[in-house]
Design a protein around this ligand. Structure first.
Ligand code: CA
Length: 387
């Protein structure tokens, strides 16, 4: 309506234009209206609630241009289903948004025997051993798929989705209800390694694995990831190529702790203090917080439009990860669960079989870190424009 009023100031021609616009406004409208520029955008977060998901969730909850309407937990990622839901509800309460609905699904990937190492899962399930107030709100009776379906169906506007875990929930959702793809503004995915090596082999944890090309989120459920990349949902990918440019370093942590004012920033300061060995290892990056920041503030990154696909190959050889042998032997949709080849499954490749994806390959790391600290400390009033 504001746009109509401004246009009438340009004279009779503009009046005629305004009448045409008004007539257009009275005509049948498509079911999805574009979001109003400057208004907070609606987001759903699909997360596996690990150490880098926590600060990503805080970034989204505290960003003045974001309204988080629900959070979906992937139970086959780093966290397990039950602690994942409660911890996420508690993190929301810490950020003053304990009302946000949180639901989980999928304790197992769609196929294969890939699983995160148990020490990492314990770290995720226990929030690195840091106690925060428990959110007493009742849990939603919906599972993650039902929750996302309801939120997308009921929103008059398009909804963006930040996916910072294995893509199991989302692939199932869009397979069950393909029309929901039309309600998605964009799906921002942290995952994959396009022109750099993968991150599956980590000294002292996963030396026995043989895959040098995959990234963990895609590796855990490559079948789900392949379905998402081949789908028509609008995708922005934040792969290791760009997350490798934002390492968590001791100088950054010192600056972060000095500036920490909000409960969320103080919590993350405690996490950094607990995880000094992780920081010292040089293996700790801002994977998920960078995906959150790129999702909301696209100007931080540089992009290429590429067709991305995921390699899925099978083997008759036994699984390498013994913890995953407890997975159901029959897949949810029937058929025997099979093992993936050791070397290449989960690799993200540029191929014509893939789906068009906006791939972020470069970021101004210092600018990202400054934006991150401002947002998590709530230094911007809600509703104010981002600089
Ligand atoms: Ca994650």
């Amino acid at each position: 309506m504001k746009m109509c009023r401004r246009k009438t100031a340009y004279g009779w021609l503009a009046v005629l234009w305004a009448i045409m616009l008004l007539a257009g406004a009275c005509a049948p409208r498509p079911p999805v209206a574009a979001p109003v520029a400057g208004a907070p955008q609606k987001w759903i977060i699909d997360t596996d609630v690990a150490i880098d998901d926590w600060p990503a969730i805080f970034f989204m909850l505290n960003h003045p241009q974001v309204q988080v309407i629900g959070i979906s937990v992937t139970g086959c990622g780093e966290t397990r289903v039950e602690p994942g839901v409660q911890n996420t509800m508690d993190l929301c309460l810490l950020a003053g948004q304990g009302h946000i609905p949180v639901a989980a699904a999928h304790p197992e990937p769609l196929d294969g025997y890939h699983i995160f190492p148990n020490p990492w899962r314990i770290m995720a399930d226990t929030l690195s051993g840091i106690a925060i107030p428990r959110n007493p709100a009742p849990k939603t009776p919906l599972d993650a798929l039902q929750l996302m379906s309801k939120l997308l169906r009921e929103s008059p506007d398009k909804v963006n989705i930040l996916a910072v875990g294995p893509l199991t929930n989302l692939s199932e959702l869009f397979e069950k209800e393909p029309a929901l793809v039309d309600k998605v503004g964009k799906l921002v995915i942290m995952g994959g390694a396009v022109r750099v090596k993968g991150n599956i082999i980590v000294p002292k944890f996963t030396d026995h694995l043989k895959n040098e090309v995959a990234e963990w989120n895609i590796f855990i459920d490559p079948v789900a990831a392949r379905k998402i990349f081949r789908s028509r949902v609008p995708k922005v990918l934040v792969p290791l190529d760009v997350t490798n440019q934002v390492q968590v370093t001791f100088p950054f942590v010192e600056a972060f702790k000095q500036r920490a004012r909000s409960p969320e920033a103080k919590f993350m300061s405690q996490v950094f203090d607990k995880e000094t060995e992780f920081i010292k290892s040089g293996e700790f990056y801002f994977w998920d917080p960078l995906a959150a920041a790129i999702g909301v503030e696209e100007h931080l990154g540089q992009y290429e439009d590429l067709k991305i696909d995921v390699v899925v190959k099978y083997t008759d050889a036994p699984p390498l990860q013994k913890e995953a042998l407890a997975f159901s032997k029959t897949m949810k949709h029937g058929g025997p669960r099979r093992n993936f080849d050791y070397h290449e499954t989960g690799r993200t490749v540029v191929a014509d079989t893939g789906g068009l994806t906006r791939v972020c390959l470069r970021v101004d790391g210092e600018k990202f870190k400054e934006r991150y600290m401002r947002v998590i400390n709530k230094e911007e009033k809600r509703g104010a424009a981002s600089p």
